[in-house]
Design a protein around this ligand. Structure first.
Ligand code: HEM
Length: 518
């Protein structure tokens, strides 16, 4: 398993390993580009811009305060300036829209007005490749999302649940009967293995114990602030590693795709035909009847896998920490699992729907620890909001983390972890695992947006819940986990991860291993 472990090196380590040259280059290049971009001209009379947060160091602006504690900084700004304010960060104007009403500007916007690909392309195109996601126009990406949704269905999830349980049980065998472990690393490994198995199929999962793990790791290392800020053609070592991994992984995937096409081998032994996303991308046409090229199929496979990797593993970890830290939550979730699924039976997708307390625990985790702290768009046309004009050239940003904590929306117990606040908020759609986006106990349509909203809303929510609930169903049955305090939050990573993420575990009597069984 050594190779799989290499996948989960944290972003923090990668940032720390960035060379001095990369950082110096970053600063020089940002200075030039940003000064050009943010130049404002011909401000019409009577136009009122959003209030500006003051700063001492030109160009750097509020970057240091924001970087040290982004949530506190944004809350302070909200208290001082209200729901719309602008601050300078490394030369760029960032306008935050806080709270449900102001966030509506972003979530109801059209891509031509507030644009996503111009923010995300530099980060994602070198990793996912050309011809998919943010490399293409929003309409074609919309088609690719439609095709993805055709594969992320209840029928598929019914097949995925036993696969996820099998992988998790196998993985947990190596833990022995008791010990101390890094829960965050464990969740990252489980998420990549189970997602590879379900979404990419048995062939890729089989290779994960070999060369593919290293390639995932190198490719994933492309998600750094330097990659976002600097042009991809720069000859930096981390970029070269990422680009080499991209080419090799594409080759692995396109070989599998080619082999499947040749032999019609999409039907893996023991699984019904075409249960994975690779199969869906290979066989579902665009509206004009054309199929994706093999290169696009491979790119979409990488995109889905990595879109869910850090988001789902961080969520699964924080949910675990809340349950380890508060034994009552753990006992309640475990009792629900035993009542619904039993001690040894393989859970079904239908069982997962009945696990409402576990569901509420994940919901509440996503409220207090949403993995995506900020969603960003570039302003392509002047935007009017609450009497202010947001000019072309800067960023509009909305933050789930801040919206989820506002006392005006969530009441005086806004900071408490209370899964029961979501009780009774299930959708009435019988086939839904989770509730619809509007079913929130917070005030306002966009008070709860861990998966975003509008045109760019996440397409992986149901898969993420299926995966996280199955992993935790297995964990809760097999182990008692404990930890005295919640981990602190690491704000230096792009997704806010837990610091010192260890837990103690003890195998439960009904699952004890015989001596020497590991
Ligand atoms: C978009 C959160 C899991 C695929 C998003 C966005 C958020 C988000 C907030 C919107 C970004 C924006 O508007 O700028 C999450 C969370 C997850 C999760 C919290 C897990 C707990 C997944 C999984 C997949 C996935 C498992 C794939 C199977 C995508 C894709 C988009 C997206 C393709 C892009 C949509 C677009 O730009 O139109 N996700 N995600 N996500 N997510 Fe997820």
């Amino acid at each position: 398993m050594g190779l799989i472990e290499t996948i989960v090196t944290s972003t923090k380590e990668r940032v720390a390993s960035a060379t001095q040259t990369e950082l110096v280059l970053a600063i020089v290049l940002i200075t030039f580009t940003i000064v050009l971009v943010t130049r404002r001209s011909n401000v019409p009379e009577g136009v009122k811009f959003p209030p500006r947060v003051g700063h001492y160091i030109p160009f750097v602006g509020s970057a240091i305060e924001f970087g040290a504690s982004p949530i506190t900084f944004l809350h302070e700004c909200y208290k001082t300036y209200g729901p719309v304010f602008t601050f300078k960060m490394m030369g760029m104007d960032c306008t935050y829209v806080i709270g449900s009403e102001a966030s509506a500007l972003m979530f109801n916007s059209k891509n031509d007005d507030l644009n996503a690909e111009s923010v995300y392309a530099s980060l994602t195109v070198p990793v996912f490749g050309k011809g998919v996601a943010y490399d293409i126009d929003a309409k074609e990406f919309g088609e690719q999302k439609r095709i993805s949704k055709a594969g992320l269905t209840i029928n598929r999830f019914q097949e995925y649940v036993p696969m996820i349980e099998e992988e998790t049980t196998k993985y947990l065998q190596r833990w022995g009967n008791e010990g101390k472990t890094d829960l965050f690393k464990c969740m990252a490994e489980l998420v990549i293995m189970t997602a590879s198995r379900c979404l990419l199929g048995r062939e890729v999962r089989a290779l994960l114990d070999e060369s593919v793990a290293d390639l995932y790791h190198d490719l994933d290392g492309g998600f750094t602030p330097a990659a976002w800020l600097l042009p991809g053609w720069l000859p930096l070592p981390s970029f070269r590693t990422r680009d080499r991994a991209h080419i090799k992984l594409k080759k692995v995937f396109t070989d599998i795709i080619g082999e499947r096409r040749r032999t019609q081998k999409e039907k893996a032994e023991g699984e019904s035909e075409g249960t994975d996303m690779m199969w869906t991308f290979m066989n579902t046409p665009y509206r004009n009847g054309q199929l994706m090229t093999d290169d696009q199929v491979a790119g979409m496979c990488i995109a889905l896998l990595l879109a869910g990797q850090h988001t789902s593993s961080t969520t699964a970890s924080w949910a675990g920490f809340y349950m380890c830290h508060d034994k009552r939550l753990q006992d309640r979730a475990r009792a629900e699992v035993l009542d619904t699924v039993g001690e040894h039976t393989t859970p079904t997708f239908e069982d997962l729907k009945e696990l409402t307390f576990l569901d509420n625990t994940i919901r509440e985790t996503l409220r207090l620890r949403p993995p995506i702290m900020t969603m960003m768009r570039t302003v392509q046309t002047p935007q009017q909001l609450m009497g202010y004009t947001i000019p072309i050239g800067g960023y509009v940003c909305a933050s789930p983390t801040v919206n989820h904590l506002l006392e005006d929306a969530w009441g005086p117990d806004n900071m408490d972890f209370n899964p029961d606040r979501f009780e009774g908020m299930r959708t009435d759609k019988a086939d839904e695992l989770t509730r619809d986006a509007s079913a929130t106990p917070g005030k306002g349509k966009f008070s709860y947006v861990p998966f975003g909203a509008g045109r760019h809303r996440c397409i992986g929510e149901m898969f993420a819940y299926t995966q996280i609930k199955t992993i935790w169903t297995t964990m809760l049955r097999e182990f008692e986990l404990s930890r005295d305090s919640l981990p602190d939050i690491d704000y230096t990573t792009m997704i806010h991860t837990p610091k010192d993420p260890w837990v103690y575990y003890k195998r439960r009597e009904a699952h004890k291993q015989a001596p020497g069984a590991v």
